[in-house]
Ligand binder design. Structure first.
Ligand SMILES: NC(=O)c1ccc[n+]([C@@H]2O[C@H](COP(=O)([O-])OP(=O)(O)OC[C@H]3O[C@@H](n4cnc5c(N)ncnc54)[C@H](OP(=O)(O)O)[C@@H]3O)[C@@H](O)[C@H]2O)c1
Length: 260
C-alpha cells in the first residue's frame, strides 16, 4: 500500500447515507487514503464505515478549527443531514479560519407532484399546529429529537418511527415503532393502511432511502405536512456522491495514485 499523502487529508462530516457511500467510494479507489468520517454520536449503533471513524462534537467552530489544524486536514466534505442546522455553519467558519477547502454534499429536496396534498411548514411547531383541532391519527417520520413539539397537540394519536428511543417530553397517545430504513413504498402503504393513518408528518430530507412514505401518502391520497429544510451557508455544494468525487478530483483533493 502506498504511504498516505498528508496534503490530501480529508474529513467527511457524516451521519448520512451519502457520507457512508462517499467513504466506500474513496476507500475502494484510494486504499490507505488519509480520510476520516466524523459522526456526532447520536445513533447508538451506527452502521460500519469503510474509512476510520471518530465520534462526538468538536466543541463548536473553534474546536473544529483546532481539530482541522492538528490533524492536517486539507479538505472537509460536509455530508451532514439536510436538517443538521448547526454543523454546516461551524464547518464554514472553521474552514475559512484554517484555509481548508470545503464542499457540501447535500441531496436534493423532494418536490411535490400533481395531486400531492402537501402542507408546507418551516418548523416542527408549525407542523404540530397544522394538524388542526380535530383529532387525527398521525404518522410522524421525523426522527426522535423533535417529537416533543407534538406535546402541544395532545388530542391526536401518534405513531412515530425512530431508530433509537427518544428522551425528553413526548406527546401522550404515542406509539413508537423502532426501525431503521430503507422503507419501500409497498411497506409504507401497508403500514399506513393498517394503522389507519390519516395524516403524515415528514422532513424534506430528499433521497431514495425514505421516499417510500412520500409515495405511500401520494398513493393513499393522504395529506402530508412537509417541513422544509433549515438554511445552509453559501459554500460549494453538490447533490450526489458522483459529483463529490468529481469535485474532489478537479480541486486536487484526492491522492495522485489510485488503487488497483
Ligand atoms: N437533524 C436530522 O434530522 C438528522 C437526521 C439524520 C442524521 N443526522 C445526523 O446526525 C448528526 C447530528 O444532527 P444534528 O441535527 O444534531 O446536527 P447539528 O444541529 O447541525 O449539530 C449539533 C452539534 O452536533 C455536533 N455534530 C453534528 N454533526 C457532527 C458530525 N458529523 N461530527 C461531529 N460532530 C457533529 C456538533 O457539535 P460541536 O459543536 O461540539 O462540534 C454540532 O454543533 C449529524 O451528523 C447529522 O448528519 C441528523
Amino acid at each position: 500500500m502506498p504511504p498516505a499523502e498528508p496534503d490530501r487529508t480529508l474529513l467527511i462530516l457524516g451521519g448520512t447515507t451519502e457520507a457512508a457511500q462517499l467513504a466506500a467510494r474513496l476507500a475502494a479507489a484510494y486504499p490507505g487514503i488519509a480520510a476520516t468520517v466524523s459522526l456526532a454520536g447520536r445513533t447508538q449503533d451506527p452502521r460500519p464505515l469503510a474509512l476510520p471513524m471518530r465520534t462526538g462534537g468538536f466543541g463548536g467552530a473553534a474546536g473544529l478549527a483546532d481539530y482541522l489544524a492538528a490533524s492536517g486536514t486539507r479538505t472537509v466534505i460536509d455530508a451532514t443531514h439536510p436538517f443538521a442546522a448547526v454543523m454546516p455553519f461551524h464547518a464554514d467558519v472553521a474552514c475559512r479560519a484554517t484555509g481548508t477547502a470545503l464542499l457540501a454534499l447535500t441531496r436534493r429536496a423532494w418536490q411535490a407532484a400533481d395531486g400531492d396534498r402537501w402542507i408546507g411548514v418551516d418548523t416542527m411547531a408549525e407542523a404540530a399546529a397544522a394538524l388542526g383541532k380535530v383529532p387525527r391519527r398521525v404518522f410522524l417520520t421525523i426522527g426522535r429529537q423533535e417529537l416533543g413539539a407534538f406535546a402541544t397537540a395532545p388530542h391526536h394519536t401518534y405513531l412515530a418511527r425512530v431508530i433509537d428511543p427518544p428522551d425528553g417530553p413526548l406527546p401522550p397517545n404515542l406509539t413508537l415503532l423502532r426501525h431503521r430504513g430503507p422503507f419501500d413504498t409497498e411497506a409504507e402503504t401497508e403500514l399506513m393502511r393498517r394503522a389507519a393513518i390519516d395524516i403524515v408528518v415528514a422532513k424534506n430530507a430528499g433521497g431514495e432511502a425514505t421516499i417510500g412514505k412520500v409515495m405511500a401518502a401520494r398513493r393513499l391520497g393522504l395529506p402530508l405536512v412537509m417541513v422544509s429544510r433549515p438554511a445552509r451557508p453559501a459554500v460549494p455544494t453538490v447533490a450526489t456522491v458522483e459529483e463529490a468525487m468529481d469535485w474532489l478530483g478537479a480541486h486536487g483533493c484526492l491522492p495522485t495514485r489510485r488503487g488497483v
